[in-house]
Design a protein around this ligand. Structure first.
Ligand SMILES: Nc1ncnc2c1ncn2[C@@H]1O[C@H](COP(=O)(O)OP(=O)(O)OP(=O)(O)O)[C@@H](O)[C@H]1O
Ligand SMILES: [Mg+2]
Length: 284
C-alpha cells in the first residue's frame, strides 16, 4: 500500500482538486483507493460527493469521521469510518472530515499518541488498499503533521507564485521536523515526490518562456524536485467539482471527476499524465 499525502502550506493551490481527481484516476485504473480528508474545511469530503444532506440535522458524518480515527485507540478503525464515494466508477472509499475537526485541535495536541494513530490504523488495512491519498489543510497544524507521519510519500501542488514559493520554506522545515519524529518511531524519512505545478496559466508565451524558469527557480532555491506533468488552470476542472443536479426544486451538489465530466478534455489528459507519472514514481 502506497500512502501519498498532498500538502502545501499555501491555501488554494489546488490540493483538494488534485487529491480527488488522482483518487478517481487510480480507482478507474482498477487500484483499490482510499482517500482520507484531514482538512476541517472538508472540501474533499464534499468533492467526493459524501455531503448529501441538505439540512444539518441530517448530518451523518459528525459522529463518525477522521477525528474519531485519531481520537480513539480501540475503536473507529478505518473500515468502520470509511464511506463509499460515487465520485467515479469504480467507486473508492473516503474517510470523511467535518467542520468540527477544527474544534478538536487543542484536545488532540494534549494526547501524544494521537499523532501516530492514523499511521497505526493504516497499518491494519495495508492489504485492503493499493493507494491511499491524504488531503491536508493549508497550515502547519496537528492534522498536517498527522498526514506527514502517516504517509510514505508527499506531493506538493503549487501555483509557483511568490507566496507559494515562500511557503515552501515552511514546508521544508515541517518535513524536517516530521522526519525527526519519524526517526524516533523507527520509520523511514518521508519521500518527497515533488512539486506539481498546479492551476497554471495557459497563455502560450507564459508556458513557453516563463513557466520553465519558474520551475527551475523552485528546484534550485528550495531543492524540491518538480514533476514533469503540469495541471493547468482550466474551467472544466472547477466546473466538474462544482457540478450540481436538479432534484425536484433543489439544485443538489453532484461533483464529478474530470474523467467523468469531460473524458476528452485537455484537463483530463493532464490528470492522466500526472497519474502515470505518480504511478511510476511510487512503483505501482
Ligand atoms: N486546475 C484547476 N483549474 C481550474 N480551477 C482549479 C484548478 N485546481 C483548483 N481549482 C479551483 O481553485 C479553487 C481552490 O482549489 P482547491 O480547493 O483544490 O485548493 P486547495 O489547495 O485544496 O485549497 P485549501 O488550501 O483551501 O484547502 C477551487 O475553486 C477549485 O475549483
Ligand atoms: Mg483543500
Amino acid at each position: 500500500m502506497k500512502t501519498i499525502a498532498v500538502y502545501h502550506n499555501k491555501g488554494g493551490v489546488g490540493k483538494t482538486t488534485l487529491t480527488v481527481n488522482l483518487a478517481a484516476s487510480f480507482s478507474r485504473k482498477g487500484y483499490r483507493v482510499l482517500l482520507i480528508d484531514l482538512d476541517s474545511q472538508a472540501n474533499s469530503t464534499y468533492a467526493a460527493g459524501l455531503i448529501k444532506f441538505q439540512d444539518e440535522l441530517q448530518d451523518d458524518i459528525k459522529e463518525n469521521y477522521v477525528y474519531h480515527v485519531i481520537r480513539e485507540r480501540n475503536s473507529h478503525f478505518i473500515p468502520s469510518v470509511a464511506k463509499t464515494s460515487k465520485f467515479t466508477e469504480p467507486s473508492f472509499d473516503v474517510v470523511p472530515s467535518h467542520i468540527d475537526l477544527m474544534q478538536h485541535e487543542k484536545e488532540l495536541i494534549e494526547i501524544a499518541p494521537a499523532r501516530t494513530r492514523l499511521f497505526s490504523k493504516l497499518q491494519k488495512i495495508e492489504n485492503d488498499y493499493d493507494v491511499v491519498f491524504i488531503d491536508t489543510p493549508p497550515s502547519l497544524n496537528i492534522y498536517s503533521q498527522i498526514a506527514l507521519i502517516a504517509a510514505n510519500y508527499l506531493l506538493i501542488p503549487s501555483d509557483l507564485k511568490p507566496f507559494a514559493n515562500e511557503g515552501l520554506r515552511n514546508v521544508q522545515n515541517f518535513i524536517s521536523e516530521t522526519n525527526e519524529f519519524r526517526e524516533q518511531m523507527g520509520q523511514n524519512e518521508l519521500q518527497v515526490l515533488g512539486i506539481v505545478p498546479s492551476k497554471i496559466a495557459t497563455a502560450h508565451r507564459f508556458v513557453q518562456f516563463v513557466l520553465p524558469k519558474m520551475e527551475q527557480t523552485v528546484k534550485e532555491r528550495y531543492g524540491f524536485p518538480v514533476l514533469k506533468s503540469r495541471i493547468f488552470d482550466r474551467r472544466d476542472v472547477s466546473a466538474a467539482i462544482e457540478r450540481t443536479s436538479e432534484v425536484g426544486e433543489l439544485d443538489i451538489p453532484d461533483p464529478q471527476s474530470i474523467f467523468d465530466y469531460k473524458a476528452n478534455s485537455q484537463a483530463a489528459a493532464e490528470f492522466e499524465a500526472l497519474t502515470l507519472e505518480v504511478k511510476q514514481l511510487v512503483g505501482i
